[in-house]
Design a protein around this ligand. Structure first.
Ligand code: THU
Length: 135
């Protein structure tokens, strides 16, 4: 893990922060943005999209990675999660699993709007993961 003081966001962080503006979060009011960087440099972003049934809500991380996958991306370098919390918002367990299966042990950076950032390896957030290698 690396801890960073306030600093200007890089391009991927900027994309995640911008995507957060599109969050559809009328129930929780908790707005999240995410962005993934593909191995070829393409960037895809996503926001959380809530649903009146609550359970059908999709997190920003999954929207971003599914957008990338549906455009043909299969190899990834990084993912950023942006929320407006002092304690930086980590991905939920479901997203950790999805990110692991499609992205592997990528760098995951958490940011807020004040310029705080922390970076982790996904494997450290999802120790001993289950994946297709067991099937
Ligand atoms: N949420 C995300 O989109 N990503 C996260 O990393 C944490 C949670 C969303 C889901 C829901 O719309 C709202 O935040 C509150 O849980």
């Amino acid at each position: 893990m690396s801890l960073g003081g306030p600093r200007p966001p890089d391009a991927l962080e900027t994309a995640a922060i911008a995507a957060r503006e599109h969050a559809f979060a009328p129930f929780s009011k908790f707005r999240v943005g995410a962005a993934v960087e593909c191995a070829d440099g393409r960037i895809y972003s996503g926001c959380n999209i809530e649903n009146a049934t609550y359970g059908l809500t999709v997190c920003a991380e999954r929207v971003a990675v599914f957008k990338a996958l549906s455009e043909g991306a299969r190899a990834f370098r990084r993912v950023v999660v942006a929320a407006d919390t002092a304690t930086l918002t980590p991905p939920c367990g479901a997203c950790r699993q999805i990110l692991w299966e499609f992205m592997g042990d990528v760098e995951i950076t958490l940011v807020n709007l004040a310029g705080a950032a922390e970076s982790y390896r996904l494997k450290d957030l999802l120790p001993r993961p289950f994946d297709a290698s067991y099937l």
